[in-house]
Design a protein around this ligand. Structure first.
Ligand code: BTN
Length: 254
């Protein structure tokens, strides 16, 4: 795949770049099509949340993928995307970020970028597409006051307003690289290895995971081959976590 081929479609305003990409995927658009909007009026986040997307304050980006890996490995696509964002921000802005499982990008323990992968429905399995949506807070204007405690932007983290175009091009290059790796022989292991190298959440992190009414606390012990998180509880039991919101437990110095 050369994801430069189908090109980048740019919009001033869209409800959601994921929705636009999904519409085009169902109509037969090729793998690699990228959609970028200057603002989103109904930006979508994980777990039915909203992704606040004010004009010019963030990179609101979706890419259409038609993966040739087994569907059981599709959760690795979001891990692959987090690797790409990590590497793109390092290259384009000199910013070293952390990855919170499964795919939140953090700077100074605050969220800087969210990733939402969605599949297109009602098409034959072989033609099903994955829409990978990535929202990066570029400036502080991306953050409403209620998120100031938990979120940040590239501008706040580096002290410099980033150039959207430079970040976008670095992101597309990094996605192409990591997506090719994921689909190569031993690509799934390599993706997990690369993710674990870049994330402080991979090993030995005290966390709480909440998934609806279920709350689990423990210490992270690496990833399963499909990207699920291994969590060791205080009873020494290993739980496999496939979904949920992760929060780091702050340890107090004594
Ligand atoms: C999350 O909740 O962390 C995921 C947020 C994903 C936001 C991006 S912005 C571009 C794309 N279009 C959307 O509507 N959502 C994703």
């Amino acid at each position: 795949m050369n994801i430069y081929q189908p090109g980048i479609l740019r919009f001033d305003s869209l409800a959601s770049t994921n929705l636009e990409a999904a519409k085009r995927a169902v109509a037969g658009a090729s793998e690699g099509l990228c959609i970028v909007a200057s603002e989103q009026t109904a930006g979508r986040g994980r777990l039915q949340r909203q992704w606040i997307s004010p004009q010019g304050a963030g990179l609101y980006f979706s890419i259409l993928l038609r993966p040739r890996i087994d569907q059981s490995a599709w959760p690795l696509i979001t891990l692959m995307a987090s690797l790409a964002v990590h590497d793109a921000l390092l290259e384009a802005c000199g910013l070293r970020t952390d990855i919170k499982w499964p795919n939140d990008i953090l700077a100074n323990n605050r969220k800087l970028c969210g990733i939402l992968a969605e599949t297109t429905e009602k098409t034959e399995m072989s033609k099903r597409a994955v829409i990978l949506g990535i929202g990066i807070n570029l400036t502080s204007a991306a953050l409403p006051p209620e998120l100031h405690e938990t979120a940040t932007s590239v501008e706040s983290a580096t002290g410099k307003e980033p150039d959207l175009e430079v970040v976008l091009q670095a992101l597309i290059r990094a996605l192409e690289r990591h997506y090719m790796t994921l689909q190569s022989a031993r690509g799934e292991e390599e993706t997990i290895r690369a993710w674990s190298e870049r994330s402080s959440y991979a090993q030995g992190k005290r966390i709480v995971v909440s998934n609806g009414d279920v709350i689990l606390e423990g210490t992270t012990r690496g990833l399963e081959s499909d990207g699920a998180l291994r969590l060791e509880t205080s009873a020494g039991e290993i739980k496999i976590v496939r979904a949920g919101d992760v929060t780091a437990v702050r340890t107090r110095a004594v």
